[in-house]
Design a protein around this ligand. Sequence first.
Ligand SMILES: NC(=O)c1ccc[n+]([C@@H]2O[C@H](COP(=O)([O-])OP(=O)(O)OC[C@H]3O[C@@H](n4cnc5c(N)ncnc54)[C@H](O)[C@@H]3O)[C@@H](O)[C@H]2O)c1
Length: 400
Amino acid sequence: MLANRKLLTMETRDIGIVMNGVTGRMGTNQHLLRSILAIIKQGGVHINPDLTLMPKPILTGRNSNKLASLAEGMAVREIGQKLPYTTDLPGAIAGKHGECEIFFDASDTLRRVEFVQMAVEAGRHIYCEKPTATNTADALKLAKLVENAKLKNGVVQDKLWLPGFRKLAMLRELGFFEKILSVRGQFGYWVFTGLGLDQPAQRPSWNYRAADGGGIIIDMFCHWQYVISNLFGPIKSLVAYGSTDLPKRRDEQGNIYDADADDSAYAIFVLEDGTVCQFNSSWCTRVRRDDLLTVQVDGTKGSAVAGLRDVVVQSAAETPKPVWNPDIPQPIDFFRGWQTVPDNIEYDNAFKVQWELFLRHVALDEPFRWSLREGAKGVQLAELGMQSWRQKQWLDVPAL
Ligand SMILES: NC(=O)c1ccc[n+]([C@@H]2O[C@H](COP(=O)([O-])OP(=O)(O)OC[C@H]3O[C@@H](n4cnc5c(N)ncnc54)[C@H](O)[C@@H]3O)[C@@H](O)[C@H]2O)c1
């Protein structure tokens, strides 16, 4: 009798989400497969024994066949049911193809403003990929639009939930570093030009064309902005230099094109408390480090090197004493003097963790601080980086 009464009060609240640009790399792998379908597969977001949030995606894009293969192929394989899909984006946003509370966009960067604006006009909550725009004015315009319309909004800042960065945050909270002196980020790997035999490019070609919203500065500085400000503190000023190292590449259709966007960038960010953060980003570098992104933090009482998942640490007491002497083989094995930080919890997919927080924000009004305004700060940092490079000068970061 009691059990029956309990069953009656259990609620599964459906949340309609238009997922746009879902046939792309990020849309398919991180947002549909590893986030939304994974959430559906686990039975939704369990809030409490009486309430579960269940995402109800509608897939949108330009190519019906590609959408069908996700909505009828991947979805059936993953969750045992088909998903609705349509090429009619305005109709989907208007709710003609099913309930829609949230508009999500992972299309390429250039179209973000137009799509988000359309969804704001229809009163949908907004969640989208970074960068939110290719310039600060547009990014800020979007932030103000959603704020004025009092819509819930968020931007993907997935790196914050990578195990490596969670562990850095934990070390900092534990006081492991004492005073953090400097941070060094090394990001990148070799992205094939597609010009060589049997070495096809592994990233979409628009990323290497300036007119299509490409460029490593607009791509990566958005990440560095939220990584640095959340882990180490607000950025006061920066100096940056970019370069187009490989000016010719081959696109998805096999055509050779002018890759005129910056494909490597070098920046120093100085934080309000004086901490120096230098970040190298490159699609033209071969990896000889622990991971595709590594961040070394040097503090007075200890240092740490974070990869995407693992972090190693060396405390003051374990620090060896190197002596400069190139006449003998190096007597110290520098890689051995580090300890691995254990996995004390199970880390879920970073995109999925943020999706769950956003769904809770929409349904339950829980706080969610990774807003379009925060996203605009990333675009601002990228724009200032390009300006610093062009003008060959240090620039301060104005408050947004
Ligand atoms: N958070 C991250 O770590 C991360 C990583 C890579 C890319 N991104 C961002 O995600 C976005 C997508 O990048 P990607 O690497 O997946 O690129 P991609 O080229 O693989 O995907 C873009 C998708 O947008 C679609 N698209 C283009 N025009 C469209 C339109 N008019 N209507 C609907 N769909 C349209 C394309 O068909 C494609 O499916 C970019 O803004 C990029 O900056 C974020």
